[in-house]
Design a protein around this ligand. Structure first.
Ligand SMILES: C[S@@+](CC[C@H](N)C(=O)[O-])C[C@H]1O[C@@H](n2cnc3c(N)ncnc32)[C@H](O)[C@@H]1O
Length: 244
């Protein structure tokens, strides 16, 4: 694997939650546009793939963890408009955009709700949700294992859980994505979002995120069963799935 050097220090674990919350509060106004620009719109295809694989049934309770501006949350609802979808995130600013979207989706008001909360300490009883998903979120939490255990706690028996995130590519894809992530991305962030630090954090956060196999191990350790994963673009992005 190509070695890419970290150009800034990452926050230590005690400071990570505050750092991440501040960062997303700051970039919230540009978040959706930047996502489209940075992935050429591909994040929508990856999210749609996850929505389909979750196989949501009418009446089921679905939890979108680290829901941000609600991009995936509304896709989940469109996948099955008879499901009950809850989005949770700790950034007030990101949630403001999610709530703006909700105002526009008048027909779906009853089926979708957003809450401010920490995914490391979920405000739900044990065995509450049939489907759970975290997209581009797990990488940002300060304790991956604790978070996976907490998600497991609120999942019903037989529940399906999926993780979509940037991951660790190999060979050709590592070289291409390394150049993009470490050289181009912070510059794009500086020019378009006027926030170099925020977009420099992103590649650094991938460096310390468990690779695909390690994440399988962590899921199993947290109690999840039938754990598997799929790489997209050689592992630039990976989708893990598991059942309780
Ligand atoms: C990259 S965004 C992903 C948003 C959305 N899921 C998507 O795919 O577009 C990451 C989100 O995770 C949220 N987040 C990070 N750590 C969190 C935590 N411990 N509890 C709740 N939300 C958290 C951030 O506030 C941010 O909105």
């Amino acid at each position: 694997m190509t070695k890419h050097t970290k150009s800034t220090k990452l926050p230590n674990n005690e400071d990570k939650a505050d750092f991440v919350r501040d960062l997303f509060n700051r970039i919230a106004p540009n978040y959706d546009l930047m996502n489209d620009l940075m992935t050429g719109g591909l994040h929508r295809l990856w999210k749609k793939k996850v929505c389909k694989s979750l196989d949501i049934q009418a009446g089921q309770k679905v939890l979108d963890l680290c829901c941000g501006t609600g991009d995936l949350t509304f896709m989940l609802l469109r996948e099955n408009p008879k499901a009950e979808i809850v989005g949770i995130d700790f950034s007030q600013e990101m949630l403001t955009y999610a709530l703006e979207r909700k105002k526009k989706e008048k027909h779906y008001h009853a089926q979708i709700s957003f809450e401010q909360g920490d995914v490391m300490n979920l405000p739900y009883s044990d065995n509450s949700f049939d489907r759970l998903v975290i997209s581009f979120g797990l990488r940002n939490v300060s304790d991956y294992e604790k978070c996976l255990r907490e998600i497991y706690r609120v999942a019903k028996k037989g529940a399906k859980f999926m993780i979509l995130d940037l991951s660790h590519p190999r060979g050709f894809w590592d070289k291409v994505s390394g150049f993009y992530r470490f050289q181009l991305l912070p510059l794009i962030g500086k020019l378009l979002a006027k926030d170099y630090e925020a977009y420099e954090y992103l590649p650094n956060s991938i460096q310390i995120y468990p690779n695909q196999e390690k994440l399988v191990e962590l899921l199993v350790k947290a109690g999840w069963q039938k754990v598997s994963y799929e790489n997209i673009f050689g592992g630039v992005v990976s989708i893990h799935q598991a059942e309780k």
